[in-house]
Structure formats: structure tokens, C-alpha cells
Design a protein around this ligand. Structure first.
Ligand SMILES: CC(C)(COP(=O)(O)OP(=O)(O)OC[C@H]1O[C@@H](n2cnc3c(N)ncnc32)[C@H](O)[C@@H]1OP(=O)(O)O)[C@@H](O)C(=O)NCCC(=O)NCCS
Length: 175
């Protein structure tokens, strides 16, 4: 049984970061993330083409949070409201206490350990508060930075590929 009964969005903090909910005023930052060809390189998604696309995306994310179908955090450096990346949990399975995790960082903020710090906090929260026990990540076979991150977080590569896309490796963390 997963516990998603929070009344206000769970804002989380780490040594360097504040992980908070998105709002419409983040549209410029979300556009920057979702239209960047380097960030999108290994991601199977429609790039944002306009600020309107970014606003629609933010509204969809916040509806999903309301419906508890996914949780999506903006990653900020504490003291600065701008977004440097995002991290999300989705595809919850109450039967298996399982979910999928996804993440992205602006290229200028990569290589500083920010995502490891954010992901450790989110996973800790998800285990302790929501009751999740298994995390899966689907990452492209050539996505080395994501693979390094998953290894550092303790994920293990599964023998199975994604069933619909052979280029996606499945990584799993069981706590
Ligand atoms: C996947 C992604 C988030 C990884 O970003 P990243 O910056 O490499 O990951 P981290 O923030 O954890 O930083 C780790 C790097 O910072 C270095 N680092 C520097 N200072 C550090 C510190 N204080 N603490 C920890 N690591 C530090 C580490 O050595 C490591 O370098 P390495 O990769 O050369 O070993 C990033 O490549 C990305 O956004 N990619 C595009 C989106 C994507 O593909 N998402 C995957 C979805 S499945």
C-alpha cells in the first residue's frame, strides 16, 4: 500500500539543493530544459517548441501530482529560484511498491554531483514516506552519464531490455 496522502507538495532540501513543485513562472526554465538538443539526445520525448508548450507541460505535471499519478520536483540551488534540472517519479505500482524514475540537468550544471544529491533525497523520501521499495530507470544504452549515475545510486542493470525499445536498458534498485 503506497502512502500518497500528503496535503501540500513535499518540498525537500539537501546540503545544496531545494526540490520544489513547478509553477507557471518556471516556463522559461522548463522550455530551456525541454528544448535542449543535448539534454534530449537520449530521451524519447517531444521537445518543447515554444513557451506555450512549456506552460502546457507544467500544467500537465501539476495535474498528475493532484491525481497522484506522478511526482515531479524542480531542482534549484538553495537561495536561487531558477531551475537547474528536474527529477520525477511515475508509473507507480501499488502491487509491487514500484515506480519509475526520470531526471535531467541543464548542461551547465552537470558534472557537479547535483543529480546524485537530488536522487538520493528523492529515493529516501519515496522509501520512507511513500513506502516504495523498487525503482526502475530506462536509459539508452549509449547514455553514459545516466548509467554512471544509476550505478552510483546502487541500481543494477537488468538482463531484460525495454520490451518496446531494444536500445533502452532497464536498471533496477530494490531497497
Ligand atoms: C543524466 C544526468 C542528469 C547526469 O548528470 P551528471 O551531472 O553527470 O550527474 P551528477 O549531477 O550526479 O554529477 C556526477 C558527476 O559530477 C562529478 N562531481 C563533481 N563534484 C561533485 C560532488 N561534489 N559530488 C559528487 N559528484 C561530483 C562526479 O565525479 C561525476 O562526474 P563523472 O560523471 O565524470 O563521474 C545528465 O547527464 C543529464 O541531464 N542528461 C540528459 C537527460 C538524461 O539523459 N536523463 C536520463 C533519463 S533516464
Amino acid at each position: 500500500m503506497l502512502n500518497m496522502t500528503f496535503t501540500s507538495f513535499p518540498v525537500l532540501t539537501t546540503e545544496r539543493l531545494t526540490l520544489r513543485q513547478l509553477s507557471e513562472s518556471d516556463k522559461q526554465d522548463i522550455f530551456a530544459l525541454r528544448s535542449d538538443i543535448h539534454i534530449n539526445k537520449y530521451l524519447d520525448r517531444q521537445p518543447s517548441k515554444s513557451l506555450e508548450d512549456a506552460t502546457n507541460f507544467i500544467n500537465k505535471v501539476n495535474d498528475n501530482i493532484k491525481n497522484r499519478t506522478s511526482l515531479y520536483w524542480a531542482i534549484t540551488i538553495t537561495g536561487n529560484k531558477n531551475i537547474v534540472g528536474t527529477i520525477c517519479l511515475f508509473d507507480f505500482s501499488a502491487e509491487d511498491d514500484k515506480c519509475e524514475i526520470g531526471y535531467e540537468l541543464l548542461t551547465n550544471y552537470q558534472g557537479r554531483g547535483i543529480m546524485k544529491e537530488a536522487a538520493e533525497k528523492i529515493i529516501g523520501y519515496a522509501v520512507k514516506t511513500i513506502g516504495l521499495k523498487i525503482f526502475e530507470a530506462f536509459t539508452h544504452k549509449d547514455n553514459q552519464s545516466s548509467t554512471r549515475l544509476l550505478n552510483k545510486l546502487g541500481f543494477k542493470k537488468s538482463a531484460n531490455h525495454d520490451q518496446t525499445n531494444k536500445d533502452l536498458f532497464v536498471f533496477r534498485l530494490a531497497v
